[in-house]
Design a binder for this molecule. Structure first.
Ligand code: KG4
Ligand code: ZN
Length: 341
């Protein structure tokens, strides 16, 4: 086709992602992760992640090109995550992208990581309709966006005021003595427990909160409520019903995320919902979103898990949309922005 061939680079956290996209077609997506090195610290160590990106960058670029059977000279544009994320890791990716841009004499496009989590869906389910809603949930973000054009017109409707959904799961995981990251472990335990055993607070549902933060999320109060409940259990000398705690906590998170998202769809007259980010692996969220979207007549799109977690395809997909929209390339002195809105 006449569409440009875009090479995308993602390094905002612990995954080094490189992918090649033409139009809405993914040629290849290569990912290297340094998560194994972080797991023993119980969290991402930015310096360790930066060094891992530096080492993995060229091999990952070579692997993507080789698997896609593409020569570097065929690449028409370079897209890179400019933020949000960890400054050191972002800098490694941006430096690589700038070097490629200069070396190849091809334009550079700095793009937004969170929007990339929505854009990647187009590689799987095809172009968005005129207007779509996107919920991006991961260890680092919980953001609700109205997407009129993924390249040029995205409006943030809400985000978390404190912990991201995955982060809250990881903190509750630590509290329950589960290995890091705790999210998948809680998911598994929750499937064996009773989601109605304990009624944990939903957060930001009081009328005054609603007015100010209609589509914002807050999970730190919920996390504290779980901690108190578990402490009380221990104080009383009772055994902690871990599966019930996990199920009730997971139900509270899924309830808040889906209720607000569907309310936003209704308020903005949107009937397509895209969910992305590593937390979209969560079974409680998937089940509740599927049920509530079916009830509300909303077309729910969740890509396969490998496109939900951080990867290069999301950045190449967004880059491809941005290039095709005729957006001007970035200057070669663009900074990275760890807290990019
Ligand atoms: O997108 P991701 O891989 O990395 C970030 O950009 O943050 O998301 C990972 C986050 C972690 O907090 C992890 O515990 C959580 O998503 N997570 C889950 C599940 N799978 C991953 N949380 C709950 N249930 C899951 N099945
Ligand atoms: Zn992410």
């Amino acid at each position: 086709t006449g569409d440009p061939l875009v090479l995308g680079i993602e390094t905002s956290c612990d995954e080094t992602g490189v992918a090649l996209v033409r139009g809405d077609t993914l040629l290849f997506d290569a990912v290297a992760s340094s998560m194994d090195e972080h797991a023993r610290y119980g969290g991402i160590i930015p310096e360790v992640a930066s060094r891992a990106h530096l080492e993995a960058m060229v091999p990952t670029i070579r692997r993507a090109l080789g698997e896609a059977d593409v020569d570097l000279s065929e690449v028409d544009a370079i897209a890179v995550t400019a933020g949000p994320g960890l400054v050191g890791p972002l800098t490694i990716g941006a430096s690589a992208a700038k070097a490629l841009s200069i070396g190849l004499g091809k334009p550079l496009y700095g793009v937004n990581h969170v929007i990339g989590h929505a854009a990647v869906n187009q590689l799987v389910d095809g172009p968005f309709p005129g207007r779509a809603m996107a919920l991006v949930v991961s260890g680092g973000h919980s953001t609700l966006m109205l997407v009129d054009d993924v390249a040029t017109d995205v409006t943030e409707l809400g985000s978390t005021l404190d912990d991201a959904a995955g982060e809250a799961f990881d903190k509750v995981g630590r509290l329950l003595g589960l290995p890091y990251p705790g999210g998948p472990h809680i998911d598994r335990l929750a499937r064996e427990g009773d989601p109605e055993a304990i009624r944990f607070p939903r957060g930001l549902t009081a009328a005054k909160d609603q007015a100010k933060h209609a589509y914002d999320f807050s999970f730190s109060g919920l996390k504290t409520a779980v901690a108190r409940w578990v402490e009380q259990c221990v104080d009383d000398g009772r055994e902690v019903p871990v599966a019930d705690v996990a199920a009730s906590f997971a139900a509270a998170v899924a309830d808040v995320l889906t209720a607000k998202t569907i309310a936003a769809c209704r308020a903005h007259d949107v009937d397509t919902l895209v969910i992305g980010g590593g937390f979209s692996a969560n079974s409680q969220l998937r089940d509740m979103a599927a049920a509530r979207c079916a009830e509300a007549g909303i077309d729910l799109r969740i890509p396969p898990l490998r496109y939900c977690t951080d990867n290069g395809a999301m950045i190449a997909a967004l880059g491809s949309a941005v290039v095709r929209a005729g957006v001007a390339p970035s200057d070669l002195d663009i900074p990275v922005d760890s807290s990019m809105p």
